[in-house]
Design a protein. Structure first.
Length: 329
């Protein structure tokens, strides 16, 4: 009977057989050659080596040694790519100058990378200064980043008010966790004009669209880089995503609508129930819904008490049986 070929994979996706054989080798100090044949990837990745005293047996390389060796190899590859990036920049820099001289001044890039919080804010301010139409914004959270100075928030408020004074309109989506945030409420107490805000349990990353002609998207995790998008199809896609989320959202301003409960289970707990059924951990649920893990666990405990659950597995079953995730109607 032919043995099926071992599946190809990277070390970070170590196969089940590899994990099992490596764990056995770590516990016992060695494995036989026949046992190692179940996971030839362990030799390929340098996690097993042949014994000096008995070549028929293989001994494990300690996880700490293997881990640091692999990290070092990755760092070498990253350094090599950075050297390639530098050589590529040196090669194309004079060519880009030639291309820039040939291009007409009226040409506007459809996609630009903005680096630095000041540069991003300046680009957004320029787009809004020329606008008298509509500003669409998705704000997952209120920034407390050290990159953002307090005066920047004051400038943003003045900028938005100037748009409203020109007859413009502002629509903003927040997460439900910000419905009662003092900084958010204070913003709407100060703005005057056609301004609305709604909330959802989950929203994507930050998005700003001005006059449906230019969109700004974060380009890295700490939001110190952004993409300025002017391609009509991409901007239209962003607007469509916003509008669909807007219709699903709960009005917050100018009129807050009480969130209904179903059989004693709040809207927030139904959102948590949906993520529990999908198998997410408490930490993932808290991150997805913009709350701390302690608050998430309090909601999960209340949900379990309401449904009479005594275990995590039973809670998932009871959620499915309760009908609380069924669409209304």
């Amino acid at each position: 009977m032919n043995t099926p070929p071992h599946p190809e994979h990277d070390v970070e996706d170590l196969c089940a057989a590899g994990v099992e054989v490596y764990e056995q080798a770590l516990r016992e100090g060695r494995v036989s050659g026949s046992e190692a044949e179940r996971a030839p990837c362990l030799v390929d990745f340098g996690l097993l080596t042949h014994s000096v005293t008995d070549p028929r047996r293989l001994e494990p390389v300690t996880p700490a040694v293997a881990f640091h060796r692999m990290l070092s190899a990755m760092e070498d590859r990253v350094a090599a790519e950075r050297r390639r990036e530098q050589r590529l920049a040196e090669t194309f820099e004079p060519l880009l100058r030639i291309d820039g001289r040939r291009a007409g001044p009226e040409q506007v890039p459809t996609l630009s990378v903005l680096s630095g919080v000041h540069r991003i804010g300046s680009a957004i301010a320029q787009a809004l200064a020329a606008s008298s139409g509509e500003l669409l914004a998705i704000q997952p959270h209120i920034s407390h980043s050290s990159h953002t100075a307090p005066e920047a928030h004051v400038e943003a408020l003045a900028r938005d008010q100037a748009l409203l004074d020109r007859g413009g309109r502002i629509r903003t989506l927040y997460q439900h966790t910000l419905r009662h945030a003092p900084s958010v409420l204070a913003r709407y107490e100060r703005l005057r004009g056609d301004v609305e805000a709604r909330t959802l349990d989950e929203i994507p990353d930050r998005l700003i669209v001005v006059d449906r002609t230019v969109a700004f998207l974060p380009a890295n995790a700490d939001r110190t880089m952004a993409l300025e998008v002017r391609h009509p199809s991409l901007v239209a896609f962003c607007v469509t995503v916003f509008d669909r989320l807007w219709h699903l959202a709960t009005p917050m301003y100018p009129e807050a609508v009480p969130q209904p409960s179903l059989n004693g289970i709040s809207t927030r707990q139904r959102a948590i129930a949906g993520l529990l059924v999908e198998g997410h951990t408490d930490a993932v649920i808290a991150d997805r819904l913009g709350m701390n893990i302690r608050t998430a666990r309090v909601h999960i405990a209340k949900l379990a008490a309401t449904l009479g659950s005594e275990s995590r597995a039973q809670l998932g079953y009871l959620i499915g049986q309760s009908g609380i995730l069924d669409p209304p109607g």
